[in-house]
Design a protein around this ligand. Structure first.
Ligand SMILES: N[C@@H](CCC(=O)N[C@@H](CS)C(=O)NCC(=O)O)C(=O)O
Length: 362
């Protein structure tokens, strides 16, 4: 039995994992996440409705795109998507965090502002492919309300919409410029950072028609990167740049991470500590632990405090903690250069881990 990936074409994190599996040359079959599959496999085995889910050849379930990729990195041969050198590995992990947890905002905004009917049809197509088209649309509308309804929780409102669009377009132009000289973020081999970006950029912002048209017109190289990263022509190919080099063209994107996402992560850290103090006997983290203000460009809005982002941040901080001597100095100098030196002081307290597919404190 090969690996089985339960996933859907419209799903953000499914695209991240699918692109990785193909590059890694892992034999897998994809199972569409229909209502039946949710009922018979995902809910009983994962405990909550989510995709993507990996079923391994020995029938182990792995859930969460980062855990799936890490599982396969351990079990499957071939080159790794994690650079070995300190600063490239740091940048790759930061870009995964930025894609998974920050560009998610633009992905959700564009889908539900400019591609609503397409998305309804897609939700219905995935859930009940056997129904007639109009019924799939109506079903999709019902199923999608949970996702569309999450917009205000992500801080996506009419007040922030212009700022979200402005900063997303700035990102697209910067990434397009970078891709004029490099196939991927860090050379001719995709890294975990490329897959982090692929989530929001592929399934939503490339594949949703109105968003894809916009991407093709203002950042055609990003659209090309989406195609190459999601469906590579050559598995296991490419190299990271030599000498731990970080291309200058990535600096504007890393500065966006520092300016936009770090303040939210800092606030979320403070809220986690408060939550832990107020709930000393609760082990499992709720998905939302409160509300806070966030700023994007010149707009300010309320948004939910999402502790899951800190589990992703921990991946970056654990890497920093593993460094010593010269390597530590190089990473510190680099973070100062991009204005992200706050990362050096950050600590996730209490430490978070995933247990039975849920986020819990250690
Ligand atoms: N962090 C997870 C998130 C998975 C996720 O959010 N999947 C979406 C579809 S792309 C979903 O099923 N969401 C359901 C939910 O969040 O309740 C990952 O990287 O796999």
């Amino acid at each position: 039995m090969p690996y089985q990936l339960i996933a859907a074409p419209l799903s953000l994190y499914s695209g991240k994992v699918r692109g990785y599996l193909r590059w890694k040359n892992v034999a897998f079959t994809e199972i569409l996440s229909t209502a039946e599959v949710y009922k018979n496999t995902i809910l009983p085995r994962v405990g909550w409705p989510v995709v993507p889910v990996l079923i391994t050849p020995d029938d182990t379930i792995v859930q969460d795109s980062s855990d799936i990729i890490d599982y396969l990195e351990k079990c499957e041969p071939g080159p790794s998507v994690y650079p070995k050198t300190p600063v490239q590995k740091l940048v790759a992990l930061v870009m995964e965090l930025f894609g998974d947890e920050w560009l998610l905002i633009s992905a959700m905004h564009y889908r539900w502002t400019y591609n609503e009917d397409f998305a309804y049809q897609q939700f219905g197509n995935a859930s009940a492919p056997g129904l007639p088209k109009e019924q799939r649309f109506e079903l999709g509308k019902k199923l999608a309300s949970r996702f569309k309804g999450s917009l205000p929780f992500l801080g996506i409102t009419p007040k922030t919409a212009p700022a979200i669009e402005k900063t997303y377009k700035t990102f697209l132009r910067a990434f397009d410029k970078h891709l004029a000289n490099h196939d991927f973020l860090l050379g001719s081999r995709p890294s975990i950072g490329d897959y982090g970006l692929l989530g929001p950029l592929y399934a939503h912002n490339y594949r949703d028609p109105a968003s894809g048209e916009m991407m093709e017109s203002i950042a055609p190289r990003v659209a090309d990167w989406c195609r190459r990263t999601h469906a590579p022509q050559e598995a296991l190919s490419g190299e990271f740049l030599p000498d731990d080099e970080i291309p200058e063209t990535l600096l504007p994107i890393l500065q966006m991470f520092a300016g936009e996402q770090i303040p939210i992560l800092l606030d979320t850290l403070a809220d986690l500590q408060k939550w832990a103090k107020d709930n000393p006997d609760t082990k499992e983290l709720p998905r939302i632990i409160g509300f806070h203000k966030y700023r994007i460009d010149d707009a300010e809005e309320d948004r939910a405090v999402l502790p899951f982002s800190l589990w992703m941040l921990q991946r970056v901080l654990d890497h920093l903690k593993s460094l010593s001597g010269n390597e530590q100095q190089q990473a510190e100098d680099f973070l100062t250069r991009i204005g992200a030196q706050e990362l050096l002081q950050m600590q996730v307290i209490p430490h978070l881990k995933r247990e039975n597919f849920k986020l819990v404190r250690e």
